[in-house]
Every structure is written in C-alpha cells, then in structure tokens.
Design a protein around this ligand. Structure first.
Ligand code: 13P
Length: 300
C-alpha cells in the first residue's frame, strides 16, 4: 500500500478526521476530509464527530482545535510548524496594552498563541474581523497582532478607533507583497481581477480590486475568467480544483515555510502512531475557550 492508502486506512481505523488549511501542500490537501480557512477550521473542530482530529496547518490552528474540543485527541503532524506572526503578541504585551488603555476590549487575531488568547476578550479571523469589531459596543478597540488586518478593519469601520498592538505586527510572507507586484500583474494580465489577503499592507490592499480571506477567495474567485491572487501560493490548489475553467496567477516566491512542513510521510506516521498530540494547560484552555467561542457565536 502507498502512503495515501495507508493514511486512509489508519484514519478509518482510528476514527480520525483530517482537516487541512488552504495553504497546505496539494498532496496534503488532497488527503484531507475537509480543507478551509482559519474560521472554517475552528468551526469544524467543534462540529466533527470523530474522536481524533488531525490538523494539517500551523500550531495555533491545532491549538485552537484542541481548546474547542478538549475531549478529542488533536494531532499535528509537524508540531514545529509555528507562526512568526502569532509570536509577535505575547501575554505581557496584551496586559500592558490593557493597563495603558483601561476598559478597552482586545480583539485577538486567531493567529496567536493560546496563552495570549487567554488574556484577550474575543478572537477574530481574517474572514470575520470586521464583523467581530463591529459587534463590540465600545468605540475604541485594541487589535493584534496583525497591524495590516487592524488597518483594514479601521477602513471598514471609520466610526471606530482600532488601535493595532503591536503597532507594526505582521506576517513575513504577506509583508513581501508590494504595490509594484500589483502594477506588474496589471500590465501582464490586463483582463484579470486582483485580490489580496488583508494581511497585505494598506497600499497593496488599496491597489487591488478586492481584499479577502482565503475562504473568501475560494468562494468568490471563480466568476471572472482570470485572477491574480496575492497570498500564500498554496491557495491556488483549492482554487484550480474548484474552478477548472478559471486561470489563476500567484507569485511564486509567496511561500510560508511553516505551512509547507507537513509531508505525506509525517501524516502517515502521525496516524499510525498517534504522535504529536496537542496539549493545552487547563487554566489557559478554559480562558481561551471563552474568547474563541465568543467569536464563533458572533459569526453564526
Ligand atoms: P485565513 O484565515 O484567510 O485562512 O488566513 C490564515 C492565515 O494564516 C493567513 O496568513
């Protein structure tokens, strides 16, 4: 039996469901029962009936799944798949910001560690950041760690004041996109529509035709005949599968190294041996769960 067949066999024997993020390598996405964006993965973690959940993504995604489903075994094939953006907001930074801005709610991007989430008020993903911020009664909101997403929410909600914490937090992969990339794409593909992820900087967002999460891209980028997609290039796989008649262009260098760590052999070993369980200390998980569930309730 090859890896694919053995992975299917072990998943069935162990009552496991495989979830994968839209940025995962094509062969991993193809082995997954369901692929999705950060919000969809968080919602699925709660809804799936299987007793074991294998999360193919980066660590905070598996941690979120474990927090939402403490009774399930959550495995991550590469526990070293971190997120440099998540590490930019520590619990200490959140506590300090709350002292400096007493009474303000802290909206924490799901790209954060559990210990940080536990200090905040509500999570958001790139798919629902504006909805979450709009749902809060306060006019001033602390928001982190992604300052580009914070600024995007600010432009959607001009009546609120969104304070990015830290001031310049950002994803190294999305940070590399420039307005020049958009200009070159417009010249090379004059008939294409151009969409970027809200983790791109404000100038890039404003130069594009649309801004959206990976889930938004998968749902909405089939209509026109040609698209330029400014986000991690793994997104092209679900897009090409779903819209075989549409042409997609991505930037080859747009790679998140952490999202590319999981190989079929890792997934196979994880399922065969039940290795790399995600564990979250009870006192952290209890606090972080409330913060994540608030987001899920608002997003229903
Ligand atoms: P999405 O919520 O759009 O899937 O984004 C996840 C992410 O980590 C972007 O860098």
């Amino acid at each position: 039996m090859n890896y694919e067949q053995q992975i299917k066999k072990f998943a069935a024997e162990k009552n496991a469901v495989i979830l994968a993020h839209n940025y995962q390598p094509p062969e991993i996405q193809d082995m997954a029962d369901i692929c999705g964006d950060s919000l969809e993965l968080a919602q699925l973690a709660k809804e799936t009936k299987e007793s074991t959940l294998v999360l193919c993504g980066v660590y905070f995604m598996a941690e979120t799944a474990k927090i939402l489903s403490p009774e399930k075994t959550v495995l991550i094939p590469r526990p070293d798949a971190g997120c440099p953006l998540a590490d930019q907001l520590t619990p200490e930074i959140v506590r300090r910001a709350k002292i400096e801005h007493p009474g303000l709610p802290f909206v924490v991007y799901v790209n954060s560690n559990a210990t940080t989430k536990a200090e905040c008020d509500i999570t958001c993903t790139s798919a629902n950041a504006t909805t979450i911020a709009a749902s809060l009664p306060q006019n001033k909101i602390l928001f982190g760690p992604d300052s580009n997403l914070a600024n995007w929410v600010q432009r959607q909600l001009p009546d609120k004041i969104i304070i990015p914490i830290p001031a310049n937090g950002g994803c190294p992969t999305h940070h590399n996109f420039t307005v020049r990339d958009v200009e070159i794409a417009r010249r090379e593909y004059p008939n294409a529509r151009i969409i970027c992820h809200p983790e791109c900087n404000a100038e890039v967002q404003q130069a594009c035709d649309l801004v959206g999460s990976t889930g938004y891209m998968v749902r909405h980028c089939g209509s026109a005949g040609e698209w330029v997609i400014l986000t991690e290039k793994g997104i092209v796989h679900p897009l090409e599968k779903r819209y075989p008649d549409t042409m997609f262009h991505v930037i080859d260098a747009a790679i998140c190294p952490n999202m590319k760590l999981i190989e079929l052999s890792d997934l196979y070993v994880t399922l065969r041996d039940g290795v790399h369980p995600v564990l979250v200390a009870n006192h952290i998980a209890t606090k972080a769960r409330v913060v994540i569930e608030r987001m899920i309730d608002v997003s229903k």
